[in-house]
Design a protein around this ligand. Structure first.
Ligand SMILES: Cc1cc2nc3c(=O)[nH]c(=O)nc-3n(C[C@H](O)[C@H](O)[C@H](O)COP(=O)(O)OP(=O)(O)OC[C@H]3O[C@@H](n4cnc5c(N)ncnc54)[C@H](O)[C@@H]3O)c2cc1C
Length: 532
């Protein structure tokens, strides 16, 4: 069990950043990928700094469908290796962070008789690939059992169903747990400190320049190895690298956006998620109970820009509502939407520019070691962040960027907050509350304001804890990623902004940006801002 995490006083973190010396690894980007690399490296005893331009998980890593999964749909595409690895990682994640990642039963309702044997065979194979990492057996359900599991599934024409098991998680809180566990192992992790340029000597990358977003102060850092883990934004640093090495680089990422719609649990009560393997236009659709609400999604729409806050296109919202309505007794409408959020998938294009791609399949991750020694990693999925990190470290050793360090230990490393296993964790389908803090729940409850409920399971003490121990600086940090209220109920999040801001101001002394958050919350509530 890791030692309790230390307070995260920003002045002290910045002071450490300013100290002279050479880091073993400097990681750019504080999403799942970068945080996974930082934790892997720090727990091997390497010196690690990780810099995030905005907040941890502000990018794609807070906007997942919240599934810890092998990816049933990748099985249909014949990606056996990818599925097997993800199923293995699924179990590892559930074991190392049981307060934030748990098994979840899914039911695939069958409205045509052929669907039972067809999809059943695939799901039985999914079980077989999981082997000992399986979470529960795939079962064929009668019509009655299907309706018992999915009480509001459309009954007309229902033939039966198939129940299978996967996992679900709280992505942004898991990212924080990674950051804080890396810090316990000595890593310096810092949000609101973007990397503005890389430093070179003789064509080799030797460090970077970072800027504190709050003060504008610049820091020059030396590092043996710089890892570019900036998600869909990786090409920005690669373009800088290209200028120095004097060769053009082809873009690595083809972004594709996925939209989620959140409605009340009344649309699908019970403890099962609903999975539609093939919607009218051939996509997969999920209805997933999560933190007291129901997530519907997602879409897969190519984009050629990379906004930090992408918004859904009108046709994507229409699609999700219409398709959900085909499977549920009561079709959700625009007026029922509590929040919408959008993530950009870093799908990887094959790269042919002299760099060395390890793998170039679109849904898999890719690690490139550039001519300058800049290491770039992107693609993959949240579920496999740990295996991706091991792969990055292996590539760094193989390229002699780092002396080979101790073997990775993250497969059996509990994350900060992981309970000791004596108490069964509260399901992630339950509304948010203290249980999401795992072994730290008592500490959180004991802070000033532990009994002052602000709304939606959030207490004043949780806001204080976020500022003192979880790197929170703004109202958005608290209401979008420490609590998930923005994602669950954007209207309530907007209403709480002022109160949360006042508490934060007391704790940090900086402007918590209440007005900006209110505008953001309004856009999550309104849904589409773009034409269909
Ligand atoms: C709609 C959708 C649903 C998904 N659902 C699932 C799911 O259910 N399960 C699953 O396993 N996976 C899922 N995924 C995939 C998963 O979310 C991503 O693979 C993962 O979050 C990518 O993490 P990342 O760290 O590479 O990128 P990001 O999370 O985007 O992190 C990159 C970070 O780099 C920062 N950054 C950028 N430039 C700089 C700079 N110059 N200096 C410092 N920092 C910088 C950004 O601010 C950002 O925080 C989903 C993805 C999408 C889009």
């Amino acid at each position: 069990m890791p030692a309790p995490a230390a307070p995260t006083r920003r002045e002290e973190l910045l002071e450490r950043l300013a100290r002279p010396g050479t880091w073993d690894i400097a990681v750019v980007g504080g999403g799942a990928t970068g945080l996974g690399v930082a934790l892997d490296a720090a727990s091997r005893g390497l010196s690690v700094v990780l810099l995030e331009a905005h907040d941890f998980a502000k990018g794609t890593s807070s906007r997942a469908t919240k599934l810890v999964h092998g990816g049933v749909r990748y099985l249909a595409q014949g990606d056996i290796g990818l599925v097997r690895e993800a199923l293995h990682e699924r179990t590892t994640l559930l074991r190392n962070a049981p307060h934030l990642a748990q098994p979840l039963p899914f039911v695939l309702p069958a409205y045509k008789l052929w669907e039972m044997p067809f999809y059943g065979a695939g799901l039985v194979m999914y079980d077989a690939l999981a082997g000992v990492a399986g979470l529960g057996r795939t079962e064929f359900l009668t019509r009655g059992s299907t309706l018992a599991a999915l009480p509001t599934a459309r009954p007309e024409g229902l033939k039966g169903g198939i129940r299978y098991w996967d996992g679900q998680f709280d992505d942004a809180r898991l990212a924080l747990a990674l950051a804080r566990t890396a810090a316990v192992h000595g890593a310096l992790v810092l949000n609101y400190c973007g990397v503005t340029r890389l430093l070179y000597a003789d064509g080799r990358v030797t460090g970077l320049v970072a800027q504190d977003a709050e003060t504008g102060r610049e820091f020059e850092l030396q590092a043996r190895c710089v890892v570019n883990a900036t998600g869909v934004w990786v090409d920005a640093l690669r373009q800088q690298d290209a200028k120095v090495i004097g060769r053009p680089v082809q873009p690595m990422v083809a972004p594709s956006q996925g939209v989620h719609v959140v409605v009340d649990r009344a649309f699908l009560p019970g403890e099962h998620a609903l999975m539609v393997p093939k919607t009218a236009d051939g996509r997969v659709l999920f209805a997933v109970p999560w933190l007291g609400k129901l997530i519907l999604g997602t879409t897969d729409t190519p984009r050629d820009d990379l906004p930090l806050e992408p918004r859904p296109f009108g046709h994507e919202l229409d699609f999700i509502l219409r398709e959900s309505g085909r499977y549920l007794v009561r079709a959700p409408a625009m007026k029922d939407i509590r929040s919408t959020w959008v993530g950009l998938r870093p799908l990887v294009r094959p790269v042919g520019n002299g760099d060395e791609p390890t793998k170039a399949l679109s849904r898999e991750h890719t690690v490139l070691v550039g001519r300058s020694g800049l290491v770039t990693v992107t693609g993959g999925k949240w579920t496999t962040y740990r295996a991706m990190a091991e792969d990055v470290l292996e590539k760094c050793f193989a390229a002699h960027l780092l002396p080979r360090a101790a073997t990775g230990v993250t497969a059996t490393l509990p994350l900060v907050g992981a309970p000791d296993g004596t108490v069964a964790p509260t399901p992630l389908s339950a509304p948010p509350g203290l249980h999401l803090y795992g072994s730290e729940a008592t500490q959180v409850a004991g802070l000033e304001g532990g009994d002052r409920q602000l709304g939606g399971g959030l207490t004043a003490a949780m806001v204080r804890f976020a500022a003192r121990h979880e790197y929170a600086r703004t109202v958005e940090d608290v209401l979008a990623r420490r609590s998930r209220m923005l994602f669950l109920d954007a209207g309530m999040a907007g209403e709480l902004a002022e109160e949360v801001g006042a508490l934060l101001r007391q704790e940090t002394g900086v402007d918590p940006q209440v007005g900006a958050f209110r505008a953001l919350a309004a856009s999550y509530l309104k849904g589409s801002q773009a034409p269909s």
